[in-house]
Design a binder for this molecule. Structure first.
Ligand code: BDP
Length: 724
C-alpha cells in the first residue's frame, strides 16, 4: 500500500470510529464531540492545560473520570490532571476546605451563597495570571460544576471572564420510574425497564452508571425506581438487596434511591390482618421495615406513595385520612432523614363531583397537617398530564404544606415516543403560570421552589421516559425532555428556549444553520400536538386504556370519568365542560382574580376555552370564526405544523449523519400520519353533533368515522395490563 493510500485508510477508519460513537444516540447529550473551531479549541486547551484536582471521595473520583473523558473527546488530547498544585495551574478544582488561602479570600462570599449542592466557577487572577477555579462546599457541588464546565464547552461558550455562582433552586429533583418488577414499564415507550432485577445485585449493568452520569449532568438527585402502582415485593429482603446494589451504583453521582410503598404491604408481605395506619402493629411493621432498609442503604431517600387512587389501597380503606397515612410513614423515616412523597392524584368513582375538583377538595383542608418530612406530590394539572391543562389549583392553595410538582416526561398523552414534542415548553408554561395566591406574580415556580410561602422542603418529580432502547428514550428528541426536566428542576426559571439551545448543541451540532431552525421546530412542536389532538381546551379524548390515538366517542366504561364523553360533553348545542359557577364551579378553586377570568368565556384564554366552558357551535371566537370552524381549522393547523417540521428536518440533512437523519424523518412521517388520524377522527365525530360542513382550508377525511372507531390496538405499548 502506498503511503497516501495508507493515510487515507487511516482517515476513513478514524472518521468511522468517531462517527459510530454518537450515531446510535446512546451517548445522550454527553457525546462531547470534538471542538472543530480552532480558536475555541485553543482557548479550551489553554484553560485546561494544567489541572489541579485532588480527590479523596468516590464522588470526586467519578467526577475526575468524567472531566478526563469530556476533555479527551472535546479536545482530542489527554488532560494533565494532578493532585499537586503547581505554579502553572490553569484550572483549579477544589472544595472550599482545601482552597488555597488566597483563592478562598476571593471566593468566600460566593461560596456562602451556593449551599450544599451549588458551585462557583470563576476566572480569577492568581499571581498575576488568569486561572479558572471551580469550587463548592461539598463534593456534590464539584460534581455539578464539572458537568457545567463540560456543558459550556459543548455549547462552544468562551471561558474567559467566566463568573458563575449557581445552586439548585429545588431540593429534591427526582425521576419517577413507573417500572414493574417484570420489567414492563407502565406508560413506557422506550423498551423495557432499565433495572435487570433478575441479575441484580451481582450484575451491575454498565448502563446503570451511564444513567447516573446523565442524571448527575443535569442535577437530578433522586430516583424512585419502582412503579407508583406498587408491588409490595420490592420491600422484601430479596429485592432490597437488589435495590441496595442500585443505590451503591448511583451514590457517587449524588443520586438517592426512593421506593414506592404499597399501603397494604403490612398485610401482603408482613402477615398482618390490617394496614390501618393507626394500628400499633402496623406502625411497628413500617418502623422495622424502614430500619431494615436504612441498614442496607444508609442514605435511602424515602417512600413515594399512591394511596386511595385508581384502586390502590390507602388509609381511607380503614376510615383514616391521607394525613394519617402519610404521617405514619413520615414518623418512621424521620429519624433517618428520609421523606415521604405522598401523591395527590386522587379521584373517586363514588364522588359525583367534577374529577378536576377532587384532589383539591380532599387535600387543601389538610394544609398544615402533614409532617415536615412529607411532600404532597401533585400533577401539573387537575386531570392527567394532558397536552394542555391549566395549572392545578392546589399550587399556591396549600401555603403550609411542602407541595411537590409532578410532570410526566414520558408521553402518555402526547404521541408516545413517536411524536416529536418538546415538553419543556409545556413545563415552562405551567411553571410560569400565575396563581395570584399572594397577588400578581405568585407563579407556580415560586410555589414549587418554596419562595412564595417560605417552604422548607421543596421537590419536583418527572415520570421517566427511559427504557432499554439503545437511545434510552425511543426518539432522540425525547432525550431533550429528560434533559429539560432536569435543567428546569435545577432552575425553574431557565426557559425552554435556552434549554433547547443547550441540548441541540450538545446532542447534534453547534452549527447555527442547524441549531436555529431546529430550535424553532422544537419550540413550536408542543403547540402542534395540542392543535392536532386537543385544541381549544379539549382534553382526555384518548382511546381507552392504552391512550394511543383518538377515542372521543368512548362512552361505555364503567366509571363515568374514564369516558372521553365525560370531558368534551359534545351535543347538538355545543361542546366543552362547564366548570364555571353555573357548572361544576371548579373555577372557584382558583384565586378570585383567576376565577373571574375563567368564569367568562370572553376573558378565558382561548387555548383553555373548552376546559372551562360549554359553548354553542356558532360561538364567535376572537378571530371572528365560529367555534366549529375555528376548531376544525385548529386541527388542520396542527397537521400543517407537522408538515413544516418535516420540511425543517429535510433541510437539516447536511448537518447530521444518515442514520440520525433517517431516524427522525421516519418518526416525523408517522407523526404526520397520526396527526391526520386525530384530525379526521375527531372532526368526523364532532361533526355528528355540529352538523356543519368542514370549513375551507381543512382537508377532507379519506376514511369514515366507522373506520376510525373500528381501530383496535390490543398490543399498544405502555398499557396497564389490569386495565385492558
Ligand atoms: C395515569 C396513567 C396511569 C397511572 C396514573 C397515575 O394512565 O397509568 O398509574 O396516571 O399517575 O396517567 O397514578
Amino acid at each position: 500500500m502506498t503511503c497516501n493510500k495508507y493515510i487515507l485508510l487511516l482517515i476513513v477508519l478514524f472518521s468511522s470510529l468517531t462517527y459510530a460513537q454518537s450515531l446510535d444516540g446512546y451517548d445522550l447529550w454527553l457525546g462531547y464531540s470534538k471542538v472543530e473551531d480552532v480558536l475555541l479549541a485553543q482557548e479550551y486547551s489553554n484553560a485546561t492545560k494544567s489541572i489541579y484536582f485532588p480527590e479523596e471521595s468516590e464522588m470526586l473520583i467519578v467526577t475526575k473520570k468524567e472531566l478526563k473523558r469530556g476533555l479527551e473527546n472535546l479536545l482530542g488530547q489527554s488532560p494533565d490532571i494532578s493532585n499537586l498544585q503547581g505554579s502553572g495551574t490553569t484550572l483549579l478544582i477544589s472544595k472550599k476546605d482545601d482552597l488555597p488561602q488566597t483563592v478562598l479570600e476571593v471566593l468566600d462570599q460566593n461560596l456562602e451563597q451556593v449551599g450544599k449542592e451549588g458551585f462557583v466557577l470563576k476566572e480569577i487572577l492568581s499571581d498575576g495570571k488568569e486561572m479558572l477555579v471551580l469550587s463548592a462546599n461539598n463534593d456534590q457541588g464539584i460534581l455539578y460544576g464539572v458537568f457545567r464546565l463540560l456543558s459550556l464547552m459543548q455549547q462552544g461558550e468562551t471561558l474567559g471572564r467566566l463568573d458563575i455562582i449557581d445552586a439548585p433552586k429545588i431540593d429534591l429533583r427526582v425521576l419517577n420510574h413507573w417500572d414493574n418488577l417484570d420489567r414492563t414499564v407502565e406508560r413506557g415507550y422506550a423498551g423495557f425497564s432499565l433495572w435487570n432485577w433478575q441479575k441484580l445485585p451481582e450484575y451491575i449493568d454498565p448502563r446503570y452508571i451511564d444513567y447516573a452520569r446523565a442524571n448527575a449532568s443535569i442535577g437530578i438527585n433522586g430516583t424512585a425506581v419502582s412503579n407508583v402502582n406498587a408491588n409490595s415485593l420490592i420491600l422484601t429482603p430479596m429485592y432490597l438487596e437488589k435495590v441496595k446494589a442500585l443505590a451503591d451504583t448511583f451514590r457517587p453521582y449524588g443520586i438517592k434511591v426512593y421506593l414506592t410503598a404499597r399501603f397494604s404491604s403490612p398485610i401482603e408481605i408482613g402477615g398482618l390482618e390490617t394496614a390501618d395506619p393507626l394500628d400499633a402493629n402496623v406502625q411497628e411493621w413500617w418502623r422495622k421495615k424502614t430500619d431494615q432498609i436504612y441498614a442496607l442503604i444508609p442514605d435511602f431517600g424515602g417512600y413515594l406513595v399512591k394511596a386511595n387512587s385508581e384502586g390502590q389501597p390507602g388509609p381511607q380503606n380503614y376510615g383514616r385520612t391521607h394525613v394519617d397515612g402519610a404521617n405514619m410513614m413520615a414518623k418512621v423515616l424521620e429519624p433517618h432523614g428520609g421523606i415521604v412523597m405522598w401523591r395527590a392524584f386522587v379521584y373517586s368513582e363514588h364522588d359525583k363531583n367534577d374529577r378536576a375538583k377532587q384532589a383539591y377538595s380532599e387535600f387543601v383542608p389538610f394544609d398544615g397537617k402533614f409532617m415536615d418530612n412529607v411532600l404532597v406530590q401533585s400533577k401539573n394539572g387537575a386531570i392527567d398530564f394532558q397536552p394542555r391543562e391549566p395549572f392545578h389549583p392546589m399550587f399556591g392553595a396549600m401555603p403550609q404544606t411542602n407541595l411537590m410538582m409532578e410532570f410526566q416526561i414520558t408521553k402518555e398523552y402526547l404521541g408516545f415516543s413517536t411524536h416529536l414534542v418538546y415538553l419543556p415548553k409545556l413545563f415552562e408554561e405551567v411553571l410560569d403560570a400565575d396563581t395570584f395566591q399572594k397577588g400578581k406574580g405568585s407563579t407556580v415556580a415560586k410555589v414549587v421552589d418554596g419562595t412564595l410561602h417560605g417552604t422548607k422542603l421543596t421537590g419536583i418529580a418527572g415520570v421517566a421516559n427511559t427504557g432499554t432502547d439503545l437511545n434510552w428514550t425511543g426518539h432522540t428528541f425525547a432525550q431533550a425532555d429528560w434533559y429539560g426536566f432536569g435543567r428546569l428542576a435545577w432552575n425553574p426559571y431557565l426557559g425552554a428556549e435556552k434549554i433547547a439551545d443547550e441540548w441541540i448543541k450538545a446532542t447534534y451540532s453547534r452549527n447555527p444553520k442547524f441549531v436555529e431552525p431546529i430550535k424553532k421546530m422544537m419550540l413550536g412542536s408542543r403547540e402542534a400536538v395540542v392543535n392536532y389532538m386537543n385544541p381549544l381546551g379539549l382534553h382526555h379524548i384518548f382511546d381507552t386504556g392504552h391512550h394511543y390515538g383518538p377515542g372521543p366517542w368512548v362512552s361505555e366504561l364503567s366509571r363515568p370519568e374514564w369516558n372521553p364523553t365525560y370531558y368534551h360533553k359534545a351535543d347538538e348545542n355545543g361542546i366543552g365542560f362547564d366548570r364555571t359557577s353555573t357548572g361544576s364551579d371548579a373555577t372557584a378553586q382558583y384565586a378570585p382574580e383567576l376565577a373571574k377570568i375563567f368564569n367568562d368565556p370572553k376573558t378565558t384564554p382561548e387555548e383553555l376555552l373548552l376546559w372551562f366552558h360549554h359553548l354553542p357551535w356558532d360561538y364567535k371566537l376572537k378571530n371572528g370564526l365560529t367555534l366549529w370552524n375555528g376548531m376544525a381549522l385548529k386541527y388542520q393547523e396542527g397537521v400543517d405544523q407537522v408538515k413544516e417540521m418535516i420540511e425543517t428536518w429535510e433541510k437539516s440533512k447536511p448537518y447530521v449523519s444518515k442514520e440520525q437523519f433517517e431516524e427522525i424523518q421516519m418518526s416525523l412521517n408517522i407523526q404526520l400520519k397520526e396527526a391526520k388520524w386525530w384530525r379526521d377522527a375527531c372532526l368526523l365525530y364532532f361533526q355528528t353533533f355540529s352538523k356543519q360542513e368542514l370549513p375551507q382550508g381543512v382537508e377532507k377525511p379519506t376514511k369514515t368515522l366507522e373506520y376510525f372507531k373500528s381501530l383496535k390496538f390490543p398490543f399498544a405499548p405502555g398499557r396497564r395490563p389490569q386495565w385492558d
